[in-house]
Design a protein around this ligand. Structure first.
Ligand code: SF4
Ligand code: SF4
Ligand code: SF4
Length: 225
């Protein structure tokens, strides 16, 4: 069964100013609405929406989402008018959903799991114990591998599939995180450009001062002769 998330009323692509035809954007919204919103990346894309974009642009096959499974492929094939094919085993296998839990006594507070979580489902602070907010965890398991002390364990999820409201919540949280990372990236780049520009200005000023000193020295030498 696939999460039948409702269509977004406004496209994030349009909000983000990406130059794309409105019919493409609408179709991406429709395809995205058929994806589970686990944001696990097993399809080979950074999340459900990038995979939806690739399918609409006919750059990706419809059988790359293990959490969506066979029913997901069926729904995508129907919407996109493509042949229904079996799940690509290279992407993973269809299996019951899991959720994760942090063994808090072992957590060293490195924050690596927070950085890996695509939907901000982990709370914690540097050198403090971290916890997973169970209601927000999609079971993507992306936090497990980065944990240096292996203190994140998987459990069977309380619900076997993402329900519509969970998918919707996950989509919103994923988009909010992406927007935040984009802002941070822009800020970092702007700070770096400013630092380089300051360095270059300091360099020009220093060169001008050295040139003035050299001219003064040359004038003095000339007067002595
Ligand atoms: S649930 Fe995972 S595999 Fe499926 S589309 Fe989303 S990110 Fe890709
Ligand atoms: S807590 Fe871990 S498994 Fe759950 S959504 Fe975040 S990264 Fe995925
Ligand atoms: S990655 Fe592991 S040790 Fe680091 S904060 Fe997360 S749970 Fe704790």
């Amino acid at each position: 069964m696939i999460a039948a998330a409702t269509l977004a009323t406004s496209s994030p692509d349009r909000e983000m100013g990406i130059n794309r035809s409105s019919s493409d954007a609408l179709q991406i919204d429709r395809v995205d609405a058929l994806l589970p919103q686990t944001q696990c990346g097993q399809c080979g894309y950074a999340g459900c929406r990038p995979y939806a974009e690739a399918m609409v642009r006919e750059q990706a096959a419809i059988n790359r989402c293990p959490p969506g499974g066979a029913s997901g492929i069926h729904a995508l094939g129907k919407l996109l008018g493509r042949e229904e094919i079996g799940l690509d085993p290279a992407c993973g296998r269809e299996r019951p959903r899991v959720q994760v839990r942090i063994v808090e006594a072992d957590c060293v507070g490195c924050t690596k799991c927070i950085q890996a979580c695509p939907v901000d489902a982990i709370v914690g602070a540097p050198k403090r114990m971290h916890s997973v907010v169970a209601e927000l965890c999609t079971g993507c398991e992306l936090c497990i591998e980065p944990c240096p002390v292996d203190c994140i364990e998987t459990l069977p999820a309380t619900r076997p599939r993402m329900l519509t409201d969970e998918s919707s919540q996950s989509r919103t949280r994923y988009r909010a995180r992406q927007a935040r990372l984009q802002r941070i990236d822009l800020q970092t780049r702007s700070q770096r450009d400013q630092a380089l520009s300051n360095q270059s200005q300091e360099g020009s000023t220093r060169a001008a001062v050295l040139a003035a000193i050299a001219r003064g020295r040359a004038r003095r030498e000339q007067k002595k002769r």
